[in-house]
Design a protein around this ligand. Structure first.
Ligand SMILES: NC(=O)c1ccc[n+]([C@@H]2O[C@H](COP(=O)([O-])OP(=O)(O)OC[C@H]3O[C@@H](n4cnc5c(N)ncnc54)[C@H](OP(=O)(O)O)[C@@H]3O)[C@@H](O)[C@H]2O)c1
Length: 352
């Protein structure tokens, strides 16, 4: 198959391209804004596999991602499926314009490009957090005027509607992962965002306060203790995406979520132990009067806090159907796996 990918130089994209190249019949065409990064990615493969990676320089914030007429003519009628992963994955409220430029306009440009080159299938990687402030996620579109925690979620909901509006042009399917963490076997994670951004913020706070105090005080972190954190390993997400050309149905939405997620309390406990941050304590969010240091701790991780705020569940029946009879099993992530992933994350320099 000829597969066109955006976001190949990212955390999930790096894992997905590895999977796709395992099938020796596949050729991958990657749209990247940083050619040097893409060349480095290509060099990480065997010489034979390198031949099957074709790099196109572009930027999804431009119409047709900035590809030349020559490029689009060359790609026309060649591409079996487009995987659109590229996005700005940040939860800051003040990044609304940037988030919409990358995530909404970017998706529009890739849909237009896919139509122009007559791609047959389009797989959009969205997020399970399109659920916004609802507490149960369904594998259906949510209304665009729903309540969102941040412009990232809103940009993804609106993009999903845009993707479905192209269903006359090609087969479209949407994949919604929850919080993507490291590999379930090695813990490896090439990410500095979401859980890894949270881990880094905690590590920075610990390092700074350790200089000031001797560890004879505690810092309270506010969270819904019995809420859950829906973590999914990157290899599970990539395995499901790799099945898409054979198994995904048009017009369907697939949740790539954890049916048995850890509670926030357990997750924070694991983070605290991995970081040896013994003076951290987790308390319920209501009615606590925090001191200035604690206010600073809680504000450092403000953007992640919506994901510690409650108990969410996700229906993933479409995904269970998609993987039925394949070599991919429904996710069963043990506490030991989560611990291993967290420890591996704290070992990499980028997090600390
Ligand atoms: N990570 C998670 O926990 C999570 C959870 C749910 C859903 N998702 C979704 O999964 C997808 C991949 O996420 P990720 O964690 O792999 O993100 P990531 O590591 O931040 O990678 C983002 C990718 O998008 C590319 N990109 C960003 N802006 C671009 C632009 N203007 N033009 C071209 N390429 C651009 C980046 O290129 P550069 O290498 O040049 O920066 C990178 O390859 C995203 O759609 C995200 O919304 C992620």
């Amino acid at each position: 198959m000829n597969l066109f990918l955006t976001g190949a130089t990212g955390f999930l994209g790096g894992k997905l391209i590895k999977n796709l190249l395992q099938d020796k019949q596949n050729e991958v065409y990657i749209l990247v804004r940083n050619v040097e990064k893409a060349e480095n990615l290509r060099y990480s493969f065997s010489p034979a596999d390198q031949q099957r990676i074709h790099i196109f320089q572009g930027d999804i914030t431009y119409p047709k991602a900035g590809l030349s007429r020559e490029d689009t003519e060359w790609l026309t009628n060649k591409i079996d499926a487009v995987y659109h992963l590229a996005a700005l994955v940040k939860f800051d409220l003040d990044l609304r314009d940037e988030l919409f430029a990358a995530n909404y306009d970017g998706t529009k440009h890739i849909l237009e490009l896919a139509t122009l080159i007559q791609a047959k299938k389009f797989y959009y990687v969205s997020t399970a957090y399109t659920v916004g402030t609802l507490t149960h996620g369904v594998e259906k579109l949510y209304p665009t005027d729903g309540k969102f925690n941040n412009p990232y979620e809103e940009s993804k909901v609106k993009s999903e509607h845009l993707v479905f509006s192209y269903r006359d042009q090609m087969d479209v399917s949407i994949f919604r992962p929850a919080i993507i963490v490291g590999d379930s076997k090695t813990g490896e994670a090439d990410s500095q965002f979401t859980l890894y951004g949270f881990m880094r913020a905690l590590a920075v706070f610990k390092r700074k306060t350790a200089r000031k105090y001797d560890g004879d005080r505690t810092y309270r972190l506010l969270a819904a203790k019995n809420g859950t954190s829906n973590l999914v390993p990157v290899d599970y997400v990539a395995d499901i995406l790799s099945l898409a050309p054979q198994r995904a149905e048009a017009d369907k939405i697939y949740h790539i979520t954890n049916p048995n997620p850890p509670t926030n309390f357990d997750l924070l406990q694991m983070l605290k132990e991995a970081l040896e941050f013994h003076s951290l304590s987790v308390v319920e969010s209501s009615g606590e009067k925090l001191d200035p240091e604690e206010v600073r701790l809680n504000s450092l991780i403000e953007v992640f806090k919506v994901y510690l705020a409650g108990d969410l569940s996700f229906d993933d029946r479409n995904t269970q159907e998609l993987i039925r009879g394949t070599g991919v099993s429904h996710l069963d992530m043990t506490e030991e796996t989560i611990e291993m992933i967290i420890r591996a994350g704290y070992k990499t320099k980028e997090v600390i």
